[in-house]
Design a protein. Structure first.
Length: 167
């Protein structure tokens, strides 16, 4: 009877430990960019001192206006197992006013509300992404504004503009 239990436990450990590795090795991993299909993208984004700049590119078939860029400053602790109590991570929204025609681009440059603090217990990782925009000349109510797809996350952060709050 003891041999039976050892056999069952060995088979369970074998299947749990080896088969997932074999299955994952048999299929190549797929990396999917969640924003790959977005018609509005950011290019050449860089941060110099307290200025974040880059280009907004409209790959879509319609003009867009009031493009809002979300700038996230995530703090990566040197010791992730024992992070500090004061997490200096933060996010800022910057709206680029004006219209960007289909196939066109527009340069943006924003100054941070306040400089990132100098710390020795970690580093900042700054990321930029398109938060929302409004398409010009589109009659379908669902496609009028990109706000509808990201309202949940923006509402939680208090980042909804009056335009999106009324959409």
């Amino acid at each position: 009877m003891r041999r039976f239990y050892i056999l069952v436990i060995s088979l369970a450990l074998f299947s749990a430990g080896i088969w997932p590795v074999v299955a994952s090795a048999a299929q190549p991993p797929q990396v999917v960019d969640a924003h790959a299909q977005d018609p509005i993208t950011l290019q050449s984004v860089k941060m110099e001192g307290t200025v974040v700049s880059g280009d907004i590119v409209n790959h879509g078939n319609h003009s867009v206006r009031d493009v809002t860029v979300l700038i996230q400053h995530a703090f990566a602790w040197k010791n992730e197992f024992r992070p500090g109590k004061n997490d200096p991570s933060r996010a800022e929204f910057y709206t680029v006013t004006g219209e960007i025609s289909a196939g066109g681009s527009k340069h943006f440059s924003m100054h941070l509300a306040e400089p990132l603090p100098t710390r020795t217990d970690g580093t900042f990782v700054t990321r930029a992404e398109i938060a929302r925009y409004t398409q010009v000349g589109v009659a379908t109510p669902g496609a009028l504004s990109h706000c509808a797809t990201r309202d949940g996350a923006l509402a939680e952060s208090g980042g909804l503009s009056p335009h999106c709050a009324g959409a």
